[in-house]
Design a binder for this molecule. Sequence first.
Ligand code: C5P
Length: 413
Amino acid sequence: MGASGLSMSALNGKHILLGVTGGIAAYKAAELTRQLKSRGAEMRVVMTEAAQAFVAPLTFQALSGNPVATHLLDPVEESAMGHIALARWAELVLIAPATADFIARLRAGLAGDLLSALCLASEAPLILAPAMNRAMWANPATQDNVRVLRERGIRLLGPEEGEQACGETGPGRMLEPVELCEALEGSFGDGSLAGLSVLITAGPTREPLDAVRYLSNRSSGKMGYALARAAADAGARVTLISGPVALMPPPGVEFVAVETAAEMHVAVLSRVHESDIYIGAAAVADYRPAEVAQAKIKKTAASLNLELTRTEDILAAVAGLSPRPFTVGFAAETDRLEDYARGKLAAKNLDMIAANWVGRPQGGFDRDENSLHVFWPDGERELPLADKSRIAIQLIELIAERFHAQDTTENPR
Ligand code: C5P
Protein backbone atom coordinates (compact mmCIF):
# COMPACT_ATOMS: atom_id res chain seq x y z
CA MET A 1 0.00 0.00 0.00
CA GLY A 2 1.03 3.60 -0.32
CA ALA A 3 2.97 5.16 2.48
CA SER A 4 0.69 6.04 5.34
CA GLY A 5 3.27 8.32 6.89
CA LEU A 6 3.53 5.86 9.79
CA SER A 7 5.31 2.98 8.08
CA MET A 8 8.61 3.53 6.31
CA SER A 9 8.19 4.35 2.64
CA ALA A 10 9.88 2.24 -0.04
CA LEU A 11 11.30 5.57 -1.24
CA ASN A 12 13.27 6.16 1.96
CA GLY A 13 16.88 6.97 1.13
CA LYS A 14 16.38 6.41 -2.60
CA HIS A 15 18.14 8.75 -5.02
CA ILE A 16 15.49 10.23 -7.28
CA LEU A 17 16.38 12.58 -10.09
CA LEU A 18 13.32 14.61 -11.01
CA GLY A 19 13.36 16.19 -14.45
CA VAL A 20 10.92 19.04 -14.92
CA THR A 21 10.03 20.05 -18.48
CA GLY A 22 8.11 23.05 -19.72
CA GLY A 23 4.38 22.57 -19.24
CA ILE A 24 1.83 24.17 -16.95
CA ALA A 25 1.82 20.97 -14.85
CA ALA A 26 5.35 22.01 -13.75
CA TYR A 27 3.69 23.69 -10.78
CA LYS A 28 2.54 20.25 -9.60
CA ALA A 29 6.15 19.05 -9.76
CA ALA A 30 6.89 21.37 -6.83
CA GLU A 31 4.34 19.57 -4.67
CA LEU A 32 5.65 16.24 -6.01
CA THR A 33 9.16 17.18 -4.84
CA ARG A 34 7.81 17.96 -1.38
CA GLN A 35 5.92 14.67 -1.16
CA LEU A 36 8.82 12.56 -2.42
CA LYS A 37 11.11 14.27 0.05
CA SER A 38 8.67 13.68 2.91
CA ARG A 39 8.73 9.97 2.04
CA GLY A 40 12.47 10.03 2.63
CA ALA A 41 13.74 10.25 -0.97
CA GLU A 42 16.98 12.10 -1.72
CA MET A 43 16.01 14.55 -4.41
CA ARG A 44 17.94 16.24 -7.21
CA VAL A 45 15.96 18.38 -9.61
CA VAL A 46 16.92 19.21 -13.19
CA MET A 47 14.88 21.75 -15.13
CA THR A 48 14.74 22.47 -18.83
CA GLU A 49 14.83 26.07 -19.93
CA ALA A 50 11.11 26.05 -20.73
CA ALA A 51 10.29 24.66 -17.28
CA GLN A 52 11.94 27.71 -15.72
CA ALA A 53 9.40 29.89 -17.47
CA PHE A 54 6.71 28.23 -15.35
CA VAL A 55 8.39 27.75 -11.96
CA ALA A 56 11.63 29.22 -10.61
CA PRO A 57 14.54 26.89 -9.83
CA LEU A 58 14.67 28.41 -6.35
CA THR A 59 11.33 26.77 -5.52
CA PHE A 60 12.76 23.34 -6.30
CA GLN A 61 16.02 24.13 -4.54
CA ALA A 62 14.14 24.96 -1.35
CA LEU A 63 11.86 21.91 -1.58
CA SER A 64 14.55 19.39 -2.55
CA GLY A 65 17.25 20.78 -0.29
CA ASN A 66 19.74 20.63 -3.17
CA PRO A 67 20.85 23.00 -5.91
CA VAL A 68 18.87 22.72 -9.12
CA ALA A 69 20.76 21.89 -12.30
CA THR A 70 19.74 23.75 -15.43
CA HIS A 71 22.61 23.93 -17.93
CA LEU A 72 24.65 21.31 -19.71
CA LEU A 73 27.74 23.39 -20.28
CA ASP A 74 27.73 25.54 -17.16
CA PRO A 75 31.29 25.41 -15.72
CA VAL A 76 30.03 25.94 -12.14
CA GLU A 77 27.37 23.24 -12.29
CA GLU A 78 29.64 20.86 -14.12
CA SER A 79 32.30 21.18 -11.44
CA ALA A 80 29.75 20.77 -8.61
CA MET A 81 28.01 17.65 -9.88
CA GLY A 82 28.65 17.05 -13.54
CA HIS A 83 25.95 15.56 -15.69
CA ILE A 84 27.60 12.16 -15.79
CA ALA A 85 27.99 12.12 -12.01
CA LEU A 86 24.34 13.11 -11.66
CA ALA A 87 23.30 10.39 -14.09
CA ARG A 88 25.24 7.84 -12.03
CA TRP A 89 23.89 9.17 -8.75
CA ALA A 90 20.26 8.56 -9.77
CA GLU A 91 18.58 5.27 -8.81
CA LEU A 92 15.50 6.40 -10.68
CA VAL A 93 14.87 9.20 -13.16
CA LEU A 94 11.36 10.62 -13.17
CA ILE A 95 10.31 13.19 -15.74
CA ALA A 96 7.25 15.05 -14.46
CA PRO A 97 5.74 16.71 -16.33
CA ALA A 98 7.01 15.15 -19.55
CA THR A 99 5.97 17.33 -22.48
CA ALA A 100 5.31 16.10 -26.02
CA ASP A 101 8.51 17.83 -27.08
CA PHE A 102 10.61 16.12 -24.43
CA ILE A 103 9.09 12.72 -25.27
CA ALA A 104 10.03 13.30 -28.91
CA ARG A 105 13.60 14.19 -27.86
CA LEU A 106 13.90 11.02 -25.83
CA ARG A 107 12.67 8.93 -28.70
CA ALA A 108 15.26 10.50 -30.97
CA GLY A 109 18.05 10.11 -28.39
CA LEU A 110 18.97 13.81 -28.46
CA ALA A 111 21.43 15.15 -25.91
CA GLY A 112 21.59 18.87 -26.60
CA ASP A 113 20.24 19.97 -23.22
CA LEU A 114 21.12 18.83 -19.71
CA LEU A 115 18.01 16.75 -19.02
CA SER A 116 18.09 14.91 -22.37
CA ALA A 117 21.81 14.24 -21.91
CA LEU A 118 21.15 12.88 -18.41
CA CYS A 119 18.41 10.56 -19.63
CA LEU A 120 20.76 9.23 -22.27
CA ALA A 121 23.66 8.83 -19.83
CA SER A 122 21.75 7.26 -16.94
CA GLU A 123 21.32 3.52 -16.57
CA ALA A 124 18.65 3.98 -13.91
CA PRO A 125 15.02 3.17 -14.73
CA LEU A 126 13.32 6.06 -16.49
CA ILE A 127 9.70 6.89 -15.75
CA LEU A 128 7.66 9.55 -17.54
CA ALA A 129 4.56 11.35 -16.29
CA PRO A 130 3.25 12.95 -19.49
CA ALA A 131 1.21 16.13 -19.39
CA MET A 132 -0.10 17.91 -22.44
CA ASN A 133 -3.18 19.01 -24.32
CA ARG A 134 -5.40 16.05 -25.23
CA ALA A 135 -4.95 16.55 -28.98
CA MET A 136 -1.17 16.64 -28.59
CA TRP A 137 -1.34 13.39 -26.60
CA ALA A 138 -3.65 11.72 -29.15
CA ASN A 139 -1.55 12.89 -32.10
CA PRO A 140 -0.10 9.87 -33.94
CA ALA A 141 3.39 11.40 -33.65
CA THR A 142 3.19 11.41 -29.84
CA GLN A 143 1.50 8.00 -29.69
CA ASP A 144 4.21 6.56 -31.93
CA ASN A 145 6.96 8.08 -29.75
CA VAL A 146 5.32 6.66 -26.64
CA ARG A 147 5.04 3.21 -28.19
CA VAL A 148 8.72 3.18 -29.10
CA LEU A 149 9.77 4.40 -25.65
CA ARG A 150 7.69 1.69 -23.99
CA GLU A 151 9.29 -0.92 -26.19
CA ARG A 152 12.63 0.32 -24.86
CA GLY A 153 11.45 -0.39 -21.33
CA ILE A 154 10.64 3.20 -20.35
CA ARG A 155 7.60 3.31 -18.10
CA LEU A 156 4.78 5.81 -18.33
CA LEU A 157 2.57 6.85 -15.45
CA GLY A 158 -0.56 8.48 -16.82
CA PRO A 159 -1.68 10.71 -18.32
CA GLU A 160 -5.19 10.65 -16.98
CA GLU A 161 -8.44 12.02 -18.32
CA GLY A 162 -9.86 15.24 -17.02
CA GLU A 163 -10.04 18.99 -17.22
CA GLN A 164 -7.03 20.62 -18.80
CA ALA A 165 -5.42 24.00 -18.32
CA CYS A 166 -6.32 24.83 -21.93
CA GLY A 167 -10.01 24.51 -21.03
CA GLU A 168 -10.48 21.20 -22.85
CA THR A 169 -11.31 17.85 -21.30
CA GLY A 170 -9.64 14.57 -22.22
CA PRO A 171 -6.54 12.44 -21.72
CA GLY A 172 -3.42 14.49 -21.05
CA ARG A 173 -3.52 15.49 -17.39
CA MET A 174 -0.49 14.64 -15.32
CA LEU A 175 -1.21 12.23 -12.47
CA GLU A 176 -1.55 13.90 -9.08
CA PRO A 177 1.64 14.01 -6.97
CA VAL A 178 0.22 11.52 -4.45
CA GLU A 179 -0.59 9.05 -7.25
CA LEU A 180 2.91 9.40 -8.68
CA CYS A 181 4.43 8.82 -5.23
CA GLU A 182 2.36 5.68 -4.72
CA ALA A 183 3.24 4.33 -8.16
CA LEU A 184 6.93 5.06 -7.54
CA GLU A 185 6.85 3.21 -4.25
CA GLY A 186 5.67 0.16 -6.17
CA SER A 187 8.42 0.61 -8.74
CA PHE A 188 11.31 0.02 -6.33
CA GLY A 189 11.75 -3.68 -6.41
CA ASP A 190 10.14 -5.10 -9.49
CA GLY A 191 6.58 -3.87 -8.99
CA SER A 192 4.03 -5.86 -7.05
CA LEU A 193 2.74 -7.72 -10.13
CA ALA A 194 6.05 -8.16 -11.96
CA GLY A 195 6.06 -11.22 -14.18
CA LEU A 196 2.31 -11.82 -13.81
CA SER A 197 -0.43 -11.77 -16.43
CA VAL A 198 -3.61 -9.91 -15.65
CA LEU A 199 -6.84 -10.11 -17.64
CA ILE A 200 -9.35 -7.31 -17.06
CA THR A 201 -12.83 -6.71 -18.44
CA ALA A 202 -14.28 -3.22 -18.51
CA GLY A 203 -17.18 -1.13 -19.70
CA PRO A 204 -20.75 -2.12 -20.52
CA THR A 205 -21.92 -4.69 -23.03
CA ARG A 206 -24.47 -3.95 -25.76
CA GLU A 207 -27.15 -6.53 -26.46
CA PRO A 208 -28.76 -5.91 -29.86
CA LEU A 209 -32.51 -5.79 -30.11
CA ASP A 210 -32.84 -5.14 -33.81
CA ALA A 211 -30.72 -3.69 -36.60
CA VAL A 212 -30.32 -0.32 -34.83
CA ARG A 213 -31.19 -0.73 -31.14
CA TYR A 214 -29.54 -2.34 -28.17
CA LEU A 215 -29.86 -2.78 -24.40
CA SER A 216 -26.95 -1.50 -22.34
CA ASN A 217 -26.08 0.28 -19.10
CA ARG A 218 -24.34 3.40 -17.82
CA SER A 219 -20.91 1.90 -17.20
CA SER A 220 -18.19 4.31 -18.41
CA GLY A 221 -15.34 1.79 -18.20
CA LYS A 222 -13.28 4.25 -16.13
CA MET A 223 -12.70 1.86 -13.23
CA GLY A 224 -11.61 -1.05 -15.46
CA TYR A 225 -9.32 1.18 -17.55
CA ALA A 226 -7.77 2.66 -14.41
CA LEU A 227 -7.18 -0.87 -13.12
CA ALA A 228 -5.54 -1.88 -16.40
CA ARG A 229 -3.18 1.06 -16.15
CA ALA A 230 -2.43 0.46 -12.47
CA ALA A 231 -1.75 -3.24 -13.12
CA ALA A 232 0.62 -2.36 -15.99
CA ASP A 233 2.33 0.19 -13.76
CA ALA A 234 2.76 -2.56 -11.13
CA GLY A 235 4.71 -4.56 -13.71
CA ALA A 236 2.02 -6.94 -15.02
CA ARG A 237 1.37 -7.93 -18.61
CA VAL A 238 -2.17 -6.71 -19.04
CA THR A 239 -4.95 -7.63 -21.44
CA LEU A 240 -8.00 -5.39 -21.38
CA ILE A 241 -11.24 -6.69 -22.89
CA SER A 242 -13.67 -3.84 -23.18
CA GLY A 243 -17.21 -3.12 -24.23
CA PRO A 244 -17.88 0.15 -26.10
CA VAL A 245 -16.63 3.18 -24.13
CA ALA A 246 -15.23 6.62 -24.91
CA LEU A 247 -11.77 5.99 -23.45
CA MET A 248 -8.37 5.36 -24.98
CA PRO A 249 -6.78 2.07 -23.90
CA PRO A 250 -3.80 2.69 -21.63
CA PRO A 251 -0.46 2.46 -23.45
CA GLY A 252 1.33 -0.87 -23.28
CA VAL A 253 -1.84 -2.85 -22.61
CA GLU A 254 -3.11 -5.49 -25.04
CA PHE A 255 -6.57 -4.36 -26.04
CA VAL A 256 -9.56 -6.36 -27.26
CA ALA A 257 -12.77 -4.56 -28.21
CA VAL A 258 -16.06 -6.45 -27.89
CA GLU A 259 -19.74 -5.52 -27.93
CA THR A 260 -21.95 -8.22 -26.51
CA ALA A 261 -21.75 -10.38 -23.39
CA ALA A 262 -21.36 -13.41 -25.66
CA GLU A 263 -18.38 -11.83 -27.43
CA MET A 264 -16.83 -10.88 -24.10
CA HIS A 265 -17.37 -14.45 -22.87
CA VAL A 266 -15.50 -15.88 -25.88
CA ALA A 267 -12.73 -13.28 -25.64
CA VAL A 268 -12.21 -13.99 -21.93
CA LEU A 269 -12.29 -17.79 -22.18
CA SER A 270 -9.83 -17.85 -25.07
CA ARG A 271 -7.28 -15.85 -23.04
CA VAL A 272 -7.88 -16.68 -19.40
CA HIS A 273 -5.72 -19.81 -19.33
CA GLU A 274 -2.66 -17.56 -19.73
CA SER A 275 -3.69 -15.32 -16.84
CA ASP A 276 -2.60 -15.34 -13.22
CA ILE A 277 -5.24 -12.82 -12.20
CA TYR A 278 -8.70 -12.11 -13.62
CA ILE A 279 -10.52 -8.90 -12.74
CA GLY A 280 -14.14 -8.72 -13.93
CA ALA A 281 -14.81 -4.99 -13.81
CA ALA A 282 -17.18 -4.97 -16.80
CA ALA A 283 -20.87 -4.30 -16.25
CA VAL A 284 -21.93 -7.32 -18.26
CA ALA A 285 -25.60 -7.34 -19.24
CA ASP A 286 -27.43 -10.05 -17.30
CA TYR A 287 -30.05 -10.50 -20.03
CA ARG A 288 -30.14 -10.24 -23.81
CA PRO A 289 -33.13 -10.09 -26.15
CA ALA A 290 -34.21 -13.66 -26.93
CA GLU A 291 -34.44 -12.75 -30.61
CA VAL A 292 -32.64 -10.08 -32.59
CA ALA A 293 -34.82 -8.67 -35.37
CA GLN A 294 -32.86 -8.39 -38.60
CA ALA A 295 -34.68 -5.20 -39.63
CA LYS A 296 -35.68 -2.20 -37.52
CA ILE A 297 -38.74 -2.99 -35.34
CA LYS A 298 -41.60 -0.73 -36.49
CA LYS A 299 -43.81 1.17 -34.04
CA THR A 300 -47.08 -0.41 -35.11
CA ALA A 301 -48.33 -2.02 -31.90
CA ALA A 302 -49.47 0.09 -28.92
CA SER A 303 -47.19 -1.86 -26.63
CA LEU A 304 -44.27 -4.16 -27.19
CA ASN A 305 -43.12 -7.05 -25.02
CA LEU A 306 -39.51 -8.04 -25.09
CA GLU A 307 -38.47 -11.51 -24.15
CA LEU A 308 -35.05 -11.64 -22.53
CA THR A 309 -32.82 -14.58 -21.83
CA ARG A 310 -29.86 -14.85 -19.44
CA THR A 311 -26.37 -14.12 -20.67
CA GLU A 312 -23.37 -16.22 -19.69
CA ASP A 313 -21.99 -15.35 -16.25
CA ILE A 314 -18.40 -14.78 -17.35
CA LEU A 315 -17.05 -14.28 -13.85
CA ALA A 316 -18.63 -17.49 -12.55
CA ALA A 317 -17.32 -19.34 -15.62
CA VAL A 318 -13.77 -18.12 -14.91
CA ALA A 319 -14.05 -18.97 -11.21
CA GLY A 320 -15.27 -22.46 -12.16
CA LEU A 321 -12.17 -23.30 -14.22
CA SER A 322 -9.51 -25.62 -12.91
CA PRO A 323 -6.82 -24.44 -12.67
CA ARG A 324 -8.08 -20.91 -12.49
CA PRO A 325 -6.62 -17.45 -12.03
CA PHE A 326 -6.94 -15.45 -8.83
CA THR A 327 -10.46 -14.23 -9.52
CA VAL A 328 -11.74 -10.79 -8.57
CA GLY A 329 -15.31 -9.61 -9.15
CA PHE A 330 -17.14 -6.35 -8.73
CA ALA A 331 -20.50 -5.86 -7.11
CA ALA A 332 -22.50 -2.69 -7.69
CA GLU A 333 -25.33 -2.57 -5.18
CA THR A 334 -28.13 -0.19 -4.31
CA ASP A 335 -28.75 -1.76 -0.88
CA ARG A 336 -27.34 -4.27 1.66
CA LEU A 337 -23.88 -3.90 0.13
CA GLU A 338 -22.00 -6.19 2.50
CA ASP A 339 -24.60 -9.01 2.50
CA TYR A 340 -24.86 -9.13 -1.27
CA ALA A 341 -21.11 -8.77 -1.80
CA ARG A 342 -20.26 -11.55 0.64
CA GLY A 343 -23.05 -13.64 -0.89
CA LYS A 344 -21.54 -13.25 -4.38
CA LEU A 345 -18.03 -13.93 -3.10
CA ALA A 346 -19.25 -17.31 -1.82
CA ALA A 347 -21.79 -18.15 -4.55
CA LYS A 348 -19.40 -17.40 -7.42
CA ASN A 349 -16.46 -18.89 -5.49
CA LEU A 350 -14.31 -15.75 -5.92
CA ASP A 351 -10.99 -14.88 -4.32
CA MET A 352 -12.01 -11.27 -3.85
CA ILE A 353 -14.94 -8.94 -4.50
CA ALA A 354 -14.87 -5.15 -4.72
CA ALA A 355 -18.25 -3.68 -3.85
CA ASN A 356 -19.49 -0.17 -4.45
CA TRP A 357 -22.72 1.66 -3.94
CA VAL A 358 -24.62 2.81 -6.99
CA GLY A 359 -27.52 5.23 -7.17
CA ARG A 360 -25.95 7.39 -4.44
CA PRO A 361 -24.67 10.93 -4.87
CA GLN A 362 -20.98 9.96 -4.80
CA GLY A 363 -18.97 7.35 -6.62
CA GLY A 364 -19.92 4.40 -8.79
CA PHE A 365 -21.14 4.36 -12.35
CA ASP A 366 -20.09 7.04 -14.80
CA ARG A 367 -18.24 9.08 -12.14
CA ASP A 368 -14.60 10.05 -11.79
CA GLU A 369 -14.52 9.03 -8.15
CA ASN A 370 -15.34 5.83 -6.38
CA SER A 371 -15.12 4.19 -2.99
CA LEU A 372 -14.86 0.44 -2.58
CA HIS A 373 -15.50 -2.06 0.18
CA VAL A 374 -13.35 -5.06 -0.65
CA PHE A 375 -14.03 -8.52 0.76
CA TRP A 376 -12.09 -11.78 0.54
CA PRO A 377 -12.87 -15.03 2.33
CA ASP A 378 -11.14 -14.10 5.58
CA GLY A 379 -10.84 -10.35 5.45
CA GLU A 380 -12.06 -7.01 4.19
CA ARG A 381 -10.77 -3.49 3.56
CA GLU A 382 -12.44 -0.17 2.83
CA LEU A 383 -10.93 2.13 0.21
CA PRO A 384 -12.46 5.55 0.91
CA LEU A 385 -13.79 7.88 -1.79
CA ALA A 386 -11.00 8.99 -4.14
CA ASP A 387 -10.23 9.44 -7.81
CA LYS A 388 -10.75 6.18 -9.71
CA SER A 389 -7.07 6.13 -10.72
CA ARG A 390 -6.05 6.32 -7.05
CA ILE A 391 -8.61 3.68 -6.01
CA ALA A 392 -7.29 1.48 -8.83
CA ILE A 393 -3.69 1.72 -7.56
CA GLN A 394 -4.87 0.77 -4.06
CA LEU A 395 -7.01 -2.12 -5.30
CA ILE A 396 -4.16 -3.47 -7.44
CA GLU A 397 -1.84 -3.35 -4.43
CA LEU A 398 -4.45 -5.20 -2.36
CA ILE A 399 -4.92 -7.82 -5.09
CA ALA A 400 -1.13 -8.27 -5.29
CA GLU A 401 -0.96 -8.66 -1.51
CA ARG A 402 -3.72 -11.32 -1.41
CA PHE A 403 -2.40 -13.06 -4.53
CA HIS A 404 1.07 -13.43 -3.01
CA ALA A 405 -0.40 -14.41 0.39
CA GLN A 406 -2.32 -17.29 -1.27
CA ASP A 407 0.82 -18.33 -3.10
CA THR A 408 2.64 -18.85 0.16
CA THR A 409 -0.14 -20.74 1.95
CA GLU A 410 -0.25 -23.65 -0.51
CA ASN A 411 -3.84 -22.78 -1.15
CA PRO A 412 -4.73 -24.69 -4.30
CA ARG A 413 -7.00 -22.73 -6.57
O1 C5P B 1 -23.96 -10.89 -10.20
P1 C5P B 1 -23.52 -9.53 -10.61
O2 C5P B 1 -23.81 -9.27 -12.07
O3 C5P B 1 -23.93 -8.41 -9.73
O4 C5P B 1 -21.93 -9.64 -10.43
C1 C5P B 1 -21.11 -8.63 -10.82
C2 C5P B 1 -19.79 -9.22 -11.23
O5 C5P B 1 -20.00 -10.30 -12.12
C3 C5P B 1 -18.94 -8.24 -12.00
O6 C5P B 1 -17.59 -8.52 -11.67
C4 C5P B 1 -19.22 -8.55 -13.45
O7 C5P B 1 -18.13 -8.22 -14.29
C5 C5P B 1 -19.46 -10.04 -13.40
N1 C5P B 1 -20.43 -10.53 -14.38
C6 C5P B 1 -20.00 -11.35 -15.41
N2 C5P B 1 -20.89 -11.86 -16.30
C7 C5P B 1 -22.21 -11.58 -16.21
C8 C5P B 1 -22.67 -10.75 -15.17
C9 C5P B 1 -21.74 -10.23 -14.28
O8 C5P B 1 -18.79 -11.61 -15.51
N3 C5P B 1 -23.05 -12.07 -17.09
